[in-house]
Design a protein around this ligand. Structure first.
Ligand code: ADP
Ligand code: G6P
Length: 466
């Protein structure tokens, strides 16, 4: 049986993911790898004097191979090119993009080092699956080492429109490296089309049909593989004793008030500033909710060494203080703003206690919180999901209340509509959503991708340009 080798920057084996807010990628992969004869390779999260060593261990049923990074790598590759250049660019925040040649060099250097470190572990027939924007050029570095295995790439974040991508210096070189994969997967059809548009109009490539694209003398397969959650596990978590305890805790502290919940990493792409402003608008628009509702916003600090993350954190501190100062009464606080993370079973209980799930990113590859919120609901008395049209999840979750997160009045109206929705309509919307969540889950995501990856001819030969 061939092995699946997953390579990502962030490695969070199952033992850890229950406890921390590690993001959607780690949640999805730890679930996928538990079922595969696989190995997960990536950065340990630690900084070392020298890099290139590897430690292999078995954690939670998964073989994990970890390597350290040097301080300069962390600054130039992780904080730099990945999170100051590509992340804001791919989330359409060109105003936040910083580009420095040292970032570019660091990105290339760490991808090279990953290739050098992992290639001795690869044997014939291994299927290699590279994850996310940190490692786009990894396949081309592996090919230079002579690796002929099938290599797939999945992008967890959005692929931007052509003109946005073109603001990146050396955008063509980055895209060219993607043609060393056999299969490139995106979260949505939209993302895949944006990539195709670039390939045709900028790279002079050709759409060969059936998901095949040809450019730079090579042919790759592309596809949309919307990622799901470990739905069964999450439904079980929502029925656990811990979830019940958290549900009780929330209910007691609600004192009959309706609860709106938001859960995310503290990231500017999640639209938290706009959400707080919309909630402020809602409290003004609908004074009947005074003392009858509250918003619980859980936002775990993320990428704290990057300036834009420090800035958004400061803004949210100020804004939350302002909203509570403006609207609170002596026995009511309308916004509970919490900067910590919760275990999955705790989170499930919190979601279940909330009448509204507010998921309003300005851009998001998929957004797993939207799916988790629905999976945790009581089918007989479910809450309502308010979802941004700019989350990848909106393409699948049409029974949510879909909003434009930039339109604070529309978000305010949607909160009101959700809070006042009759049971029958809530149940109908829930039923429309839960089926997709249970069937298009993380297992089917992994199987669809790896099956398509296996389907390709094993050895990749450059094809002559016609
Ligand atoms: P992203 O990958 O950008 O962080 P997603 O919504 O796709 O966004 O995935 C986030 C994952 O991290 C979800 O599984 C969510 O439950 C988890 N998560 C986010 N914030 C927290 C938190 N404060 N506590 C616990 N888990 C969190
Ligand atoms: C998103 C990205 C992941 C990343 C996660 C957490 O989900 O797509 O690649 O791992 O955020 O971010 P971090 O920088 O802490 O790994």
């Amino acid at each position: 049986m061939s092995r699946l080798i997953v390579i990502s920057n962030r490695v969070s084996p199952p033992a850890e993911v229950g406890n921390a807010s590690v993001g959607g990628l780690a949640m999805a992969l730890s679930a996928a790898l538990r079922e595969e004869n696989g190995m997960w390779f990536g950065w340990s999260g630690e900084v070392a004097e020298s890099s290139g060593q590897i430690s292999i261990q078995k954690i939670g049923g998964v073989t994990v191979a970890l390597t350290h990074l040097e301080e300069q790598d962390v600054q130039e590759y992780y904080n730099g090119y990945a999170n100051k250049t590509l992340w804001p660019l791919f989330h359409y925040r060109t105003d936040l993009v910083a580009f420095e040649r040292s970032f570019d060099e660091g990105y290339s250097r760490v991808n090279q080092r990953f290739a050098d470190t992992v290639s001795p572990l690869i044997v014939e027939d291994d299927l290699i699956w590279v994850q996310d924007y940190h490692l786009i050029p990894l396949a081309s570095k592996l090919r230079e080492q002579g690796v002929k295995n099938r290599i797939g790439f999945f992008l967890h974040i959005p692929w931007p429109a052509m003109r946005v991508l073109m603001t990146l210096p050396k955008h063509g070189e980055l895209v060219e490296t993607m043609f060393d994969y056999d299969l490139v997967g995106f979260q949505t059809e939209d993302n895949m089309h944006a990539f195709t548009e670039y390939v045709i109009n900028q790279a002079g490539g050709e759409d060969l049909g059936d998901g095949r694209l040809r450019a730079y003398g090579k042919t790759i397969q592309v596809g949309a593989y919307p990622i799901g959650i470990d739905a069964k596990e999450f439904v079980e978590a929502s029925r656990s004793q811990t979830a019940k305890d958290y549900w009780d805790l929330m209910r007691d502290s609600q004192a009959g008030r309706k609860m709106i919940v938001g859960v995310e990493r503290l990231d500017y792409s999640k639209g938290l500033e706009e959400r707080f402003t919309a909630y402020d608008q809602f409290l003004r628009d609908y004074p009947q909710y005074e003392r009858n509702v509250f918003l619980l916003q859980i936002a775990t600090p993320s990428r704290g060494e990057v300036g834009a993350y420090q800035d958004i954190r400061g803004k949210l501190d100020t804004l939350s203080g302002h909203i509570n100062g403006e609207h609170s009464t002596i026995d009511w606080v309308p916004l509970r703003y919490v900067n910590r993370s919760y275990r999955r079973d705790e989170l499930a209980g919190i979601y279940r206690a909330a009448h509204v799930g507010l998921v309003t990113p300005l851009r998001d590859g998929m957004n797993l919180v939207a799916k988790e919120y629905v999976a945790a609901q009581n089918p007989a008395d479910p809450g309502v999901l308010v979802l941004s049209e700019f989350a990848g999840a909106a393409a699948q979750m049409r029974d949510a209340l879909i909003v434009n997160p930039f339109d604070r009045e529309a978000v305010s109206e949607a909160i009101h509509e959700a809070l006042s929705m009759p049971l029958k309509q809530r149940v109908a919307r829930y039923e429309g959503l839960i089926h997709g969540i249970m069937t298009e889950d993380v297992v089917s995501w992994r199987k669809n991708f790896t099956n398509d990856l296996k389907g390709k001819p094993p050895v990749k030969k450059p094809e002559p340009l016609v």
